[in-house]
Write a protein that binds this ligand. Structure first.
Ligand code: ADP
Ligand code: ADP
Ligand code: ZN
Length: 211
């Protein structure tokens, strides 16, 4: 099973990808998490990506395509995987096709911009494992501590209101056209992201089950 989770920044891609990953026992691959780790480690890719991420802009396609090709060729991806937040542009989607990679389902999590802006102020993330929480909608068991790995949660610097607005703009301009791209292939399914996390999860499992 190969899946793509598409959606605005903060639509709930990471949250749902973690749940589906556990349910189906396939890895979830987040380019955002991979890039943030590269920035933290000061690698070549990290140095290339940092200024784009800080500005709420997309990292160049060549960088992303390289990361994904390398990641999906690992043995743990043999039984399928979830792409969380990638592809994000038509050229990225085309590059995946050229690599002979096809998808069973593309889940688009639908959330209004106003809801996103409000949501992002409460997001807390784990810098160690990438898990995503929310102070009210999805709080960790112990305040400020990651349920998955025990590290201290942080606020992402690009979750500042101004950067979120710029990320939303980028989303509408560059990522939303992917819906038509995958609609044509008959694999796109829309799921309301503005409902309780467990309800959205149930709906996602239903549309995956029909694949
Ligand atoms: P969110 O889903 O909340 O927008 P991500 O963690 O997926 O956040 O992405 C954070 C940032 O990393 C993006 O704003 C962008 O700069 C960069 N990024 C992540 N994935 C991609 C991608 N597929 N293409 C280009 N840039 C990306
Ligand atoms: P994305 O990966 O799309 O950027 P996240 O999964 O990190 O989004 O979710 C963004 C924020 O919204 C997090 O704080 C998360 O806990 C919260 N969240 C996720 N799904 C929901 C939901 N259905 N209702 C309310 N808040 C949610
Ligand atoms: Zn963690």
């Amino acid at each position: 099973m190969r899946l793509i989770f598409l959606g605005a920044p903060g639509a709930g891609k990471g949250t749902q990808a973690a749940l589906v990953s556990k349910e189906l026992n396939i890895p979830s691959i987040s380019t955002g998490n991979i890039l943030r780790e590269a920035v933290r480690n000061g690698t070549e890719i990290g140095l290339q990506a940092k200024s784009y991420m800080d500005a709420g802009k997309l990292v160049p396609d060549e960088v992303i395509i390289g990361i994904i090709r390398e990641r999906v060729s690992q043995p743990d991806c043999n039984g399928g995987y979830i792409l969380d937040g990638v592809p994000r542009t038509i050229p990225q989607a085309e590059a995946l096709e050229r690599s002979g990679i096809h998808f069973d389902r593309v889940i688009s999590l639908e959330v209004e911009d106003e809801v996103i802006e409000h949501r992002m102020t409460g997001r807390r993330v784990c810098p160690a494992c990438g898990a995503s929480f929310h102070v009210t909608a999805n709080p960790p068991t112990k305040e400020g501590i990651c349920d998955v790995c025990g590290a201290e949660l942080v606020i992402r610097s690009d979750d500042a209101v101004e950067t979120v607005r710029s990320r939303l703009k980028t989303f509408h301009a560059e990522t939303e056209p992917l819906k038509a791209f995958y609609e044509k292939q008959g694999v796109l399914r829309l799921v309301k992201g503005d409902q309780d996390i467990d309800l959205a999860f149930a709906e996602i499992m239903k549309v995956i089950g029909e694949a």
